[in-house]
Design a protein around this ligand. Structure first.
Ligand SMILES: Nc1ncnc2c1ncn2[C@@H]1O[C@H](COP(=O)(O)OP(=O)(O)OP(=O)(O)O)[C@@H](O)[C@H]1O
Length: 286
């Protein structure tokens, strides 16, 4: 890793008001109309007794980019993703995803927000006894309304699901039970399912943690090409820095719930990485 280093943020522990002001470096150059996610001064605390899990986080995601989210275990990566889908208890700040402000939703809107966000998980979260095709079709449930999973999706939905399976390279497995597929194949089904939603954003939480290195590259390549072709942002949390370097356009580093690193992937340096992973952490206690 060479070249100018990524901006290193929050060297010391600034007050929350100072953190909220500047836009993240590297993303401020993008046009506002491309912005699909906007997080400002986000704090999350799971219980009143616990310390803040996210502490003044700012994040923008733009159409077409793949952003790798790095951070040690417990730094808040999953919580940040959950904040974008309404699964985390937001304490303060604003979170806009797609057209919605998640901190000011009307009843019923959360389902609509989630329908716009494709999610990919470490454990794939497929329904193992159902066919690969049916698993992909479940991505259209919001769009299709109440349907019988055993067969009453429209022919247009079925054609679209098959097209997506072809795109991820496993159309020949369409009729197989999902549980009979390898991990890499299952993850590609999960990606096809996410695409079936016509998502405005894709969140992938450690999508390759259960895969071998070759399949990890395949899956991350796929996600990055989807971001570019669909013009949507993909936020992907990773534990292997080399994968982030190879398969992202931008890197955001979390440490103890704060963004300490943010910028173009090509500018990552060892020093920048150290700001994310150094064990000598003064920010740990609240
Ligand atoms: N539902 C919950 N209730 C209480 N605390 C939680 C809950 N979920 C997460 N936490 C705490 O929040 C902190 C951040 O967890 P989170 O899962 O967001 O981290 P992470 O960076 O994704 O970790 P990992 O890389 O291990 O998945 C941890 O201290 C965790 O114990």
């Amino acid at each position: 890793m060479s070249g100018p280093r990524l901006a290193r943020r929050a060297e010391q522990r600034p007050p929350a008001t100072e953190q909220a002001a500047p836009l993240p470096t590297g993303s401020g150059r993008r046009a506002d109309e491309d912005r699909r996610v906007s997080v400002r001064n986000l704090t999350v605390r799971y219980t009143a007794q616990d310390p803040l899990v996210l502490d003044g986080v700012d994040l923008d995601l733009y159409g077409g980019e793949t952003v790798a989210l790095l951070g040690a275990s417990g730094s808040g990566k999953s919580t940040l993703m959950k904040s974008l889908t309404g699964f985390a208890p937001i304490t303060s700040g604003t979170v806009r995803a797609g057209d919605h402000d998640l901190t000011d939703l009307r009843p019923g809107q959360l389902r609509e927000v989630r329908s716009q966000i494709g999610q990919v998980f470490q454990q794939f979260n497929l329904i193992g006894r159902l066919s690969v095709l049916t698993n992909v079709l479940t991505g259209a449930l919001y769009d299709a309304g109440p349907v019988n999973l055993l067969g009453t999706f429209s022919s247009a939905h079925r054609a679209r699901a098959l097209e997506l399976l072809d795109r991820v390279g496993i159309a020949h497995k369409a009729e197989d039970q999902a549980r009979t597929l390898s991990g890499g194949q299952q993850q590609r089904v999960a990606i096809a399912r996410a695409l079936m939603q016509n998502p405005r954003i894709i969140l992938a939480d450690e999508p390759v943690a259960s895969l071998d290195p070759r399949m990890s590259h395949t899956v991350l390549d796929l996600l990055q090409s989807i971001a570019r072709q669909e013009g949507i942002p993909v936020l992907v949390s990773l534990h292997v820095v080399a994968l982030a370097v190879e398969h992202s356009d931008r890197i955001v580093g979390l440490r103890s719930g704060r963004v300490v690193l943010e910028g173009a992937t090509g500018e990552l340096s060892a020093e920048g990485l150290a700001s994310v992973y150094d064990v000598d952490d003064e920010d740990g206690d609240d």
